[in-house]
Design a protein around this ligand. Structure first.
Ligand code: AMP
Ligand code: ZN
Length: 502
């Protein structure tokens, strides 16, 4: 914890020195997925960004309580709080399943994808449906404090009163109060609200609504924004250090979260608000409706018109690390290929480094070289301390790659390197790549296939030669042996080809 960490705080629009509420400890809440469909790459980007942030806080020695929720109720189609159908309920109705079956299925899929991308599990992963009591209590507090009103069994947050009494409304999303208060949507139940910008914190369920709980106001369900206020307060306290999520959540989700926390506890929930930027594809927002989308699975296999080949999860993670979490990231075939090369080069260099053995000869020590290595390592941490600047940190790390490779291929004499510096280079390189960036070594299936292709090409060439020399018994032996090994050889006028037996 020697260097000062700076964090860009959406609230102030500035980088600020990070000072946790309790020295040595960090409470961080990140909005998790709504589990009604397969996780998409945009979600993955946000969770990988916060994974690196979590990892770096741990690396700095903080004891971090990282809470990332699962939204399994309350997130409505159209993101508006009245009238529209709950995303999970809707999917359950369409698939004729229990809402909990839907939530379970997609939570499992989400966890699998998080494992594939090597993200660390949060400390607590609370579910909205497991915290209905806490949400009801929070609604009650908001009503008791005069910031909520009940109409026909639903409870709404009074944004006009809140805006009049607290100056914070609009601060996070940077929206002007007039714009906020002009928010309106032409939806049913809209007329229940006193003002168009008011939002539901408890919604009376229609008779057909599948997810419903008893409450003092009606049989119903909580508004989407409420779960994050209730669960962050429960596990991190009414004010905690960091709240994160994708930038698309600033409004209305996070703005309304702030309002709810003030409404219930009269204090701001988080001191530092962090927002990740969006993942684009070929320069445009990823969107299912115009086909500008790709699933993680398609990206792994290459079965998509948007890519010319498949990419491994670590090449994709490396690709994500190459841009700052606050910048948009454009997914293109070329960028992925470049990232794959970068990842392979880094791993190769890591292997080379680990194979280096120190040779102690103080007469040969090269001061300049030793200082350069130390300062590049410091630079990596300096960049990470500057609002988790991964692309810059990677660039500093990559300046070490030619040095390591020259030591490995003996262009540079290893005895020029001080043994303590070599050990520190090994320890830090390993820690940066694996512990902080969260990369891991992976088998290269593409590489294995290439070797197999080359070997099969060679065998078929030898068989072709035997046939040309009318050495039929040799040609047949090769074919039969391959057959036993599960490989089928086909001869036609263009030559021979092979395939695995079905
Ligand atoms: P959701 O499941 O829609 O509630 O989203 C889960 C998280 O993924 C939120 O933090 C969103 O902000 C984030 N997210 C959604 N779409 C994208 C995208 N295209 N790029 C980056 N993050 C996204
Ligand atoms: Zn949230």
């Amino acid at each position: 914890m020697n260097n000062q960490l700076k964090i860009y705080n959406t609230l102030s629009g500035k980088k600020e020195v990070f000072e946790p509420l309790v020295e040595g400890r960090v409470g961080m809440y990140v909005c998790g997925p709504t589990v009604y469909s397969d996780v998409h790459l945009g979600n993955c980007r946000t969770f990988v960004s916060f994974d690196v942030i979590y990892r770096y806080l741990l690396h700095k020695g903080y004891k971090v309580r990282y809470v990332r929720n699962i939204t399994d109720v309350g997130h409505l189609e159209g993101d508006i709080d009245t009238g529209a159908e709950d995303k999970i309920s809707k999917k359950a109705r369409l698939e004729q399943l229990e809402p909990m079956e839907i939530a379970h299925k997609y939570t499992l899929g989400f966890h699998q994808m998080m494992d594939v991308f090597n993200t660390l599990s949060p400390s607590i992963e609370p579910r909205a449906t497991g915290h209905i009591l806490e949400q009801i209590e929070m609604v009650q507090k908001i009503v008791d404090n005069g910031f909520g009103y009940v109409i026909n069994g639903s409870v709404y947050f009074d944004t006009v009163k809140f805006a009049e009494e607290k100056e914070v409304y609009g601060q996070l999303s940077g929206r002007k109060l007039d714009d906020l208060l002009a928010e309106t949507r032409d939806l049913k139940k809209q007329d229940e609200k006193r003002h168009p910008s008011d939002f539901a914190i408890w919604i009376k369920a229609d008779p057909s609504h599948l997810m419903r709980w008893n409450s003092p106001w009606s049989i119903g369900f909580p508004g989407w924004h409420l779960e994050c206020s209730a669960m962050s307060t429960k596990y991190l306290g009414s004010t905690f250090d960091i709240h994160g999520g994708g930038g698309d959540l600033k409004f209305p989700h996070h703005e309304n979260e702030v309002a709810q926390n003030f409404g219930a506890c009269n204090c701001a929930p988080a001191r530092y608000w962090m927002h990740g930027n969006m993942l684009l594809m070929n320069g445009k927002k990823m969107s299912k409706s115009d086909g500008n989308t790709i699933t993680p699975q398609q990206l792994f296999t290459g079965e998509s018109p948007h890519v010319t080949k498949g990419f491994t999860p670590m090449a994709i993670r490396f690709f994500m690390l190459q841009s700052h979490y606050r910048s948009t990231l454009d997914l293109t075939d070329e960028a992925l290929k470049a990232a794959e090369k970068g990842y392979n080069r880094l791993m190769e260099s890591y292997q080379n480094l680990m194979n280096l053995d120190a040779v102690v000869d103080s007469t040969k020590e090269n001061q300049e070289l030793n200082t350069k290595i130390k300062s590049l390592l410091e630079q990596v941490y300096h960049n990470l301390d500057d609002d988790f600047n991964c692309p810059r940190a990677l660039a500093s790390l990559f300046e070490l790659v030619p040095v390591i490779n020259s030591l490995s291929n003996k262009q540079l004499d290893i005895s020029e390197l001080n043994s303590v510096v070599l050990q520190s280079l090994k320890d830090n390189f390993r820690s940066i790549i694996f512990d902080i960036f969260g990369l891991k070594e992976e088998d290269n299936p593409g590489g294995e296939n290439e070797v197999t292709d080359q070997l099969m090409g060679l065998i078929l060439q030898l068989r072709q030669q035997a046939r040309a020399e009318k050495n039929w018994s040799m040609a047949d032996t090769i074919r039969d042996s391959l057959q036993v090994a599960g490989i089928e050889v086909k001869d036609d006028k263009d030559g021979s080809s092979w395939s695995l037996k079905k």
